[in-house]
Design a protein. Structure first.
Length: 423
């Protein structure tokens, strides 16, 4: 649920367009059912970790791991058992790389059994993607006469991209959902929106770690209550992880550090550091280069934030920061680029005046993702294109940002306006 800004003219999308949009989202929800026989490469580690956390906790993080595919023997054996027959387990089974705070989540998933846990991971991912798109519909569909059609085109063009994270059972859709939800509803007098937003962000931190950097956005916005709720949820996750199997932090640090050092050569990695490594092998490992490149990126992203984003509404700042953060992440999978849809969609919704031509940027962004999503859906990757898209998306999202106003107005050439209360 998203707080709509009051004031301004609103337009009622045709009922057929609305049904078509939500029908497409319904198709996304069917994907976990239709692909149940495929390898859920990223869901299996959560099921296995959830099973082993109380019986063999030392098998979760392989301290002597050399890469993502180097697993403890017990972890590797169970991963292979959960894979479809004929799977090359040595080449396809991957490690559990989330923080120890994610182990309670994994434990709950594992309670559903192998097949049930994998299905749950895929279903949760599809719900997150569909939920994020539904929020963008609420934000944008009444802002111009053709906004509904633009959102239908966006959902249609994104359908191949849905087939990237969902079969894997990925958790990156939760990042997309958090970016779409925003933070403004934490101002609600009711407590549940505040708790829900904080819990979702805390979950993304436990799963990926890098979302922790978004604390800077909330400090800037002085959202102390949201920061406090998120900290409390993370503390609860930590206590639950300790109760399940004891201290894991040291094992996680050792294993993740070893993997990070070897992630730049991953053929699916579209990060800035990976691009530098491909162009100048060994340069990215040099301490001087690491400090210099980090400083340059921080200066550029910080400059953009100060120039355009600091006066935007809070939800636009939040979604933009989610996308800009990927510039610093050393391992950027293609499905992280869902954040571009969130950042651009929320930035469009935050504009005071919105016409059909500007709204069309969203489906055009989805169209630009096709050369990335189609190869990924078939098991290959174009990491250079992923990086180019990321940089372009940050630029477009920044350009779309406008200073916050209290009365956003839809300006169009034609169509019958309807009152916001009746849309």
């Amino acid at each position: 649920m998203v707080e709509q800004k009051r004031g301004g003219r609103r337009y009622r999308p045709p009922e057929g367009i609305r049904l078509l949009f939500f029908g497409l989202l319904g198709m996304w929800l069917l994907v976990p059912i239709l692909i149940r026989g495929n390898l859920a490469q990223d869901a299996i580690p959560y099921v296995v970790a959830g099973e082993l956390v109380t019986s063999e906790p030392d098998a979760i993080y392989a301290e002597d791991a050399t890469d993502l595919y180097d697993l403890d023997e017990a972890f590797a054996t169970r991963s292979c058992e959960l894979s479809p027959a004929g799977t090359d387990c040595a080449a396809r089974s991957v490690a559990f790389v989330s923080l120890p705070q994610a182990l309670p989540f994994a434990f709950l998933v594992a309670r559903l059994g192998g097949t049930g846990g994998i299905f749950a991971m895929r279903l949760l991912a599809s719900l997150a993607l569909a939920g994020g798109m539904a929020i963008l519909w609420r934000r944008l569909s009444t802002r111009s006469p053709k906004a509904g059609e633009a959102l239908v085109a966006t959902a249609l063009l994104l359908t191949p991209f849905v087939m990237v994270p969902l079969p894997l059972g990925q958790t990156s859709p939760y990042l997309f959902l958090s970016a779409c939800v925003g933070v403004s509803l934490s101002n609600d007098r009711r407590r549940w929106p505040l708790v829900a937003i904080g819990a979702l962000w805390a979950l993304t931190i436990s799963l990926k770690l890098f979302p922790l950097a978004l604390v800077a956005v909330l400090v800037w916005q002085r959202r102390w209550r949201l920061l406090a709720v998120t900290a409390a949820v993370l503390a609860a996750f930590t206590a639950a992880a300790l109760a399940l199997g004891g201290p894991f932090l040291g094992d996680f640090v050792v294993a993740s550090t070893a993997m990070a050092e070897r992630s730049l050569g991953n053929p699916y990695n579209g990060s800035f550091d990976a691009m530098v490594e491909r162009a100048w092998s060994g340069v990215a490992d040099a301490p001087a280069w690491a400090a210099l490149s980090l400083g340059v990126r921080a200066a550029v992203v910080g400059g953009l934030a100060w120039w355009r984003v600091r006066r935007a509404d809070d939800d636009t700042q939040w979604a933009w920061a989610w996308l800009a953060l990927l510039v610093f992440v050393p391992l950027v999978w293609s499905h992280y680029l869902w954040l571009a849809i969130a950042a651009i969609g929320v930035a469009l919704a935050g504009r005071a005046r919105l016409d059909d031509r500007t709204v069309a940027i969203l489906p055009l962004t989805a169209l630009a993702l096709l050369p990335i999503s189609l190869p990924n859906a078939s098991g290959s990757a174009v990491p250079v294109l992923q990086f180019v898209f990321l940089v372009a998306a940050v630029g477009v999202a920044t350009w779309l940002v406008e200073p916050s106003t209290e009365e956003p107005v839809a300006v169009v050439a034609s169509a019958d306006p309807v009152d916001a209360a009746g849309s």
